[in-house]
Design a protein around this ligand. Structure first.
Ligand code: PLP
Length: 332
């Protein structure tokens, strides 16, 4: 395995803390629960995209880009972290955001991440739900090139094999940290959306021959497509990192917790966000970690994660999203 040969810009506060969740462990009456605080990567509110951006922007700067274009939903945490990184690196930033989530109140387009995108100086392009993000970004890139600019284009979630190297690095960091603490963990629970986080972790843990099972919680209501995306990206990431192949049997995507779809609240999500807040002072988010925590609670309840297990929950950030979902928490 070799990460050092890849161009990288340092943006994240690393290592992120690895902390026990003692009260939640007691409340759920089973496995020992720890949390890896990738909500604390430090850049403009933090989150999992910062690790990916270190490698994506390392490559873009090596290729002499002067602008970054990326995409996502209106409340994309990836878009916000990209806007912040671009500001730090003196790059222009354009964000192609689609109105992917139906039925949200007006606050959804005025607060949370999209408010911060504007604050961070990005140019925001809002499009209807059915907009083809890749095509819209290609159009913007072409228009900028005609003006003599040099855009780099990152797909949804920054989930390329290069971006996922950030989570190969996170796997190494986690295993070293756990060893220092004398902690033996056998499950990692992570929300899975554009697949880069899950794929990078798997490639890293596989390269270390670490036996932990990575459970990716589907938040898209498309677990089969998610599984295929993780398998494909894990293979590409392992190749990029000169690491061993990830066996297809190692890819686990858990269905049943996404509700009606991406960004659509569920009762279990609201309950899980409240429980984590009140037991641990931990702020999850409504789109990713709230559903992943609901899944963790469900998997403990059903015995799929047994009481003798030790679980690391990867907190991937997303706090600004809470403010775009005030309506879901109005009944306090
Ligand atoms: C993007 C994101 C995820 C999902 O990570 P992927 O690499 O896209 O699967 C999870 N949590 C938060 C807060 C995110 O912003």
């Amino acid at each position: 395995m070799n990460l050092a040969r890849h161009p990288r810009v340092r943006l994240a506060h690393l290592p992120t803390p690895l902390e026990p969740m003692e009260r939640l462990t007691r409340a759920l009456g089973g496995p020992r629960l720890w949390v890896k605080r990738d909500d604390q990567t430090g850049l403009a509110g933090g989150g999992n995209k910062t690790r990916k951006l270190e490698f994506l922007l390392g490559r873009a700067l090596a290729e002499d880009a002067d602008t970054v274009i990326t995409c996502g939903g209106v409340q994309s945490n990836h878009a916000r972290q990209t806007a912040a990184a671009a500001a730090r690196l003196d790059l222009a930033c354009e964000l192609v955001l689609t109105r992917k989530v139906p039925g949200r109140p007006p606050a959804y387009e005025a607060t949370g991440n999209v408010q911060l995108d504007h604050l961070l100086g990005a140019r925001v392009h809002l499009h209807p739900a059915e907009g083809d993000r890749a095509a819209l970004m290609a159009d913007r890139a072409e228009a900028l090139r005609r003006q003599g600019r040099r855009p780099a284009v990152f797909p949804t979630g920054g989930s390329t094999a290069v971006g996922a190297l950030g989570y190969v690095g996170a796997a190494l960091e986690l295993v070293a940290q756990a060893a220092d603490l004398g902690l033996v963990f056998d499950h990692v629970v992570v929300p899975t959306s554009s697949a880069g986080t899950h794929a990078g972790l798997l490639a890293g843990l596989t390269a270390l021959n670490h036996p932990a099972r990575v459970l990716g919680i589907d938040v898209e209501a498309e677990p089969e497509a998610g599984r295929a995306a993780v398998a494909e990206l894990a293979a590409a990431t392992a190749a990029e990192a000169d690491a061993p192949d990830v066996p297809p049997g190692a890819v686990h995507v858990v269905p049943g917790y996404a509700g009606d779809g991406y960004g659509i609240p569920t009762d279990e999500m609201v309950a899980a966000v409240r429980q984590a807040a009140r037991a641990e002072g931990l702020l999850l988010d409504p789109v990713y970690n709230g559903k992943a925590m609901a899944a963790l609670i469900g998997l403990i309840g059903s015995g799929e994660i047994p009481p003798e297990a030790t679980v690391v929950f990867l907190h991937t950030g997303g706090l600004p999203g809470l403010f775009a979902y005030g309506d879901s928490f109005a009944d306090r």
